[in-house]
Design a protein around this ligand. Structure first.
Ligand SMILES: [Fe+2]
Ligand SMILES: [Fe+2]
Length: 277
């Protein structure tokens, strides 16, 4: 078993997001940000520009029409969502779905996509910010990429332990490594400076009862929904009942949640292009 300090040290050694992503996120953190400067930074990397535009043009961020430049995206969806789009594109570029040591990263991205879409639909039903919920859901399990890629020998044992004991992947991680992907992912989100709100969601998404944060509860419920709907594979197929306290906090019934499943599944089918790398 590794100790927490070793994991944190290893995460500190993970290279940051691409310079252009970091630079543009920093520029966008300034409320008086000049989007022309952001565009100049991003367009230094053509592949990334293409990816950002394809993320921006997905139906999760734009409800109608297409954008052909970063400036266009900014004019249409505002600073907060443009920042989400750049962040999502940066993480997708760092953890491509073609990669993976002991987890199938394409299946994991499918799971993440399912959680993102479920989170967006739930947020819209309860009047919360759907685009932020989509981003939080899409990135909630980034810790699994971290553990799989940075501790492959341990993760091999995690996957074997999960299969032998038919437990959750999280419990297998805690048993074999000593920390779970929620901790690893939140450390990385903080290390990458991508968003403190997102780091909180990542940290608490399996222990939502320890948090009052609305977005955390949305993502926790969305994670359950993706499993109920059998979308992708996040490391185990165990479907736990949704905690009633989360449903109460969100003000939505389990019946209403289950009623969203067909729409979530058809949206995932139409959206796979977003995660193909
Ligand atoms: Fe998770
Ligand atoms: Fe998950």
């Amino acid at each position: 078993m590794l100790n927490r300090q070793e994991i944190i040290q290893n995460i500190k050694d993970i290279p940051p997001l691409k310079d252009v992503i970091l630079e543009s996120l920093q520029l966008m953190d300034n409320p008086d940000c000049d989007i022309t400067k952001v565009e100049k930074v991003i367009t230094r990397d053509l592949a990334l520009t293409t990816r950002i535009l394809s993320v921006a043009n997905s139906p999760f961020y734009l409800t109608s029409g297409k954008v052909s430049s970063i400036k266009d995206a900014f004019m249409r969806v505002g600073l907060g969502t443009t920042r989400n789009i750049v962040m999502t594109a940066g993480v997708l570029a760092r953890f491509p779905s073609s990669g993976g040591a002991h987890l199938n990263h394409l299946s994991l991205w499918e799971h993440n996509l399912g959680v993102g879409i479920a989170a967006q639909k739930i947020a819209e039903v309860i009047g919360a910010d759907g685009q932020t919920a989509f981003t939080a859901g899409l990135l909630h399990d980034i810790g699994k990429f971290v553990l799989d890629l940075n501790f492959p020998k341990y993760y091999e044992k995690v996957v074997a332990f999960q299969k032998e004991n038919n437990c959750t992947i999280r419990n297998a991680e805690l048993h074999i490594i000593g920390v779970d992907h929620a901790m690893a992912g939140s450390e990385l989100a903080r290390r990458w400076n991508i968003s403190e709100d997102l780091a909180t969601v990542i940290q608490y998404h399996h222990i939502a009862d320890e948090s009052n944060d609305l977005m955390t509860h949305i993502v926790y419920v969305a994670d359950c929904v993706a499993k109920i709907a059998d979308i992708g594979f996040g490391g185990d197929k165990i479907v736990a009942p949704i905690m009633p306290s989360s449903l109460t906090l969100l003000g939505i019934s389990e019946e209403a949640i289950r009623g969203l499943v067909p729409e979530i599944c058809s949206t995932v089918d139409a959206a796979r292009v977003l995660i193909s790398t």
